[in-house]
Design a protein around this ligand. Structure first.
Ligand SMILES: [Zn+2]
Length: 237
């Protein structure tokens, strides 16, 4: 009886930080100035993930290094946009070291947490929290919040629909979009995990927040976080 299972929340934040360990600085010498931009991390994402984790007493798995070093939200099979960008001075030994140190442990931890819960007959709602730059290549993004899911997985679609409706009901001013600024089925950690876990017991949802709030509109940012949290709790009930 799938309907009887309790829903458990697992949080992840792949692009939490722009930390770059000293020994890898030479490797990124050409792009050190990007560390403080959206290319280095997702501003605001960790702050909101921590708020959710603390309020709902849920486990949070956060990346510990910049996505410029290794992108935890990319699959090894993604050749166009791999976890580690190919560089002339990156040996295969060094690449292996970085993957072994940061990439595999992070992905494994989250996967094990999901497996544990599924074994306990629970359904897992995995929320992967991200933020996006308001302007990309000169084009303004037309959303404040994006809910990313696989439209073919009914439970993900339903949950995002409820969350979106609850957020809109509390404040009609936010620009809310589905599968924007990316498709929920594009490469990402939850997309990879959907291939391992069944749709009735694993909901992989990526939340995308416009960085304009954490970066430039502090008062609205606090209000947005509060309303996102309240509407999320409402959608859970
Ligand atoms: Zn991200």
């Amino acid at each position: 009886m799938t309907g009887q299972r309790t829903l458990t929340l697992i949080l992840s934040c792949e692009h939490a930080t722009n930390h770059l360990p000293d020994q890898y600085r030479p490797l990124l010498a050409g792009c050190i100035d990007q560390l403080n931009t959206h290319k280095g991390y997702d501003p605001g994402a960790l702050e909101f993930a921590r708020l959710l984790a603390a309020t709902l007493s849920s486990p949070l798995f956060a990346g510990s290094v910049s996505r410029l070093l290794v992108d935890l939200n990319r699959s090894l099979t993604n050749h166009r946009s791999p976890p580690i960008q190919p560089r002339d001075d990156l040996s295969s030994a060094l690449k292996k070291e970085i993957l072994a140190r940061y990439y595999f442990p992070f992905r494994r931890q989250v996967e094990e947490a999901i497996e544990d819960n599924l074994q306990k007959e629970k359904t897992v709602l995995h929320l992967s929290i991200h933020s996006f730059t308001p302007v990309l290549d000169g084009a303004f993004r037309t959303a404040d919040i994006g809910f990313l899911y696989d439209p073919n997985r009914g439970r993900e679609k339903d949950f995002c629909g409820k969350w979106r409706a609850a957020l809109a009901a509390g404040d009609a001013g936010w620009r809310l979009r589905r599968n924007y600024p990316y498709q929920g089925t594009s490469d990402g950690f939850v997309t990879a995990l959907r291939k391992k876990f069944p749709p009735q017991h694993y909901l992989g949802i990526e939340l995308e927040i416009n960085q304009i709030y954490p970066l430039n509109r502090k008062a609205d940012w606090l209000r947005l976080q509060h309303q996102l949290l309240e509407s999320f709790v409402e959608a859970l009930s």
